[in-house]
Design a protein around this ligand. Structure first.
Ligand code: NCD
Length: 311
């Protein structure tokens, strides 16, 4: 029997398959809690969690906050504009101060890749990566795979297309690691500038024409263009991007029956996905958000000392 023994969740790269499966199985148990009229369990009673977001967020921050509350933890939210980082304090000093205030867990979103690992190596508190630059966003990938498994069962051999700005996407990186470990076939689809062939070394297929593969996919996951991380123009215009890589109504007709339409949010309607397609019956975009809560409860529970899937 495997026993969970990590204090931190920094990324999917380097995790064992059984660890990923333990999180997904624990999330299944916590999904049931969210469906009860009394949505709280005492697992983290007496623990303090600080949500420390140094980059904008809606879904992820609220999701971690609710997940911690449902586990009965005390929760404090911090954002950059209101923190002493603005006054020149270093990330390490800010985090050490949070620990001095007896924070047991810090959920960090930061624009620098490696910032979560940096704190995890220096603090006793658990560090949970809520997105570090273009590096990883592990809970997003876990909730994506959870959603796929709820609909498709085992992901072994399933064809999952991730479309768009792969180069600057932490969601894509964490998804590639998770999906490969779970046995899915991953297609990265987008312009050559945003989907370089070098990704093939991660065991995925690189494809520069969505129309060539759209009819094969069991899942299509559309990504937002990460304008905030790009330092030059990677394609001529948004209109041209949509014409070639957007999930337009005309293109959606060519998806296989049962193909799941996914997006981590925030959606740019009319760019990477047509507005009606985003709201269509095949879209599981809001379900992903709901599942995020269960997955984050599972991650917090395990990193706070839970040894396995809760009964
Ligand atoms: C993603 C992120 O922040 O990386 N959003 C999210 O957490 N759901 C994707 C994005 O910003 O495009």
């Amino acid at each position: 029997m495997n026993t969970w023994n990590r204090k931190d969740l920094l990324g999917i790269d380097g995790m064992e398959l059984w660890e990923i499966e333990m999180i997904l199985d624990a999330a299944k148990a916590f999904k049931g809690v969210g469906e009860r009229s009394l949505k709280k369990v005492p697992a983290l009673r007496g623990r303090t969690l600080v949500n420390f977001f140094v980059e904008p967020s809606t879904r992820t921050r609220v999701s971690f906050e609710l997940a911690a509350m449902r586990l009965s933890a005390d929760v404090v939210n911090m954002s950059t504009s209101a923190s002493s980082l603005q006054k020149g304090e270093t990330l390490k000093d800010t985090a050490k101060n949070l620990e001095a205030l007896h924070a047991d867990m810090i959920v960090l979103r930061h624009s620098s890749p490696g910032s979560c690992r940096f704190l995890a190596d220096r603090l006793q508190a658990s560090i949970i990566n809520a997105g570090d630059g273009a590096h990883e966003h592990p809970t997003q990938a876990l909730l994506d795979s959870f959603t796929m498994r709820e609909h498709l069962g085992s992901l072994a051999g399933k064809k999952v297309g991730i479309v768009g700005d792969i180069l600057f996407s932490r969601v894509a990186r964490s998804n590639i690691h998770t999906l490969r470990k779970l046995g899915a076939e991953v297609f990265l689809i987008g312009p050559t500038t945003l989907v370089p062939r070098s990704f093939e070394s991660m065991g995925v297929r690189v494809c520069h024409c969505l129309d060539d593969v759209i009819g094969e996919l069991d899942v299509i996951n559309l990504l937002r263009i990460q304008h905030e991380r790009q330092r030059k123009e990677y394609f001529p215009s948004l209109g041209e991007y949509t014409a070639l890589f957007g999930l337009t109504k005309a293109r959606a007709v060519r998806l296989r029956e049962g193909c799941l339409i996914m997006h981590p949010g925030p959606i740019n309607r009319g760019v990477e996905i047509d507005s009606d397609v985003a709201d269509s019956a095949r879209s599981v975009i809001l379900e992903q958000v709901t599942h995020g809560l269960a997955v984050r409860m599972a991650v917090l529970y395990l990193c706070a000392g839970g040894k396995g899937v809760p009964a």
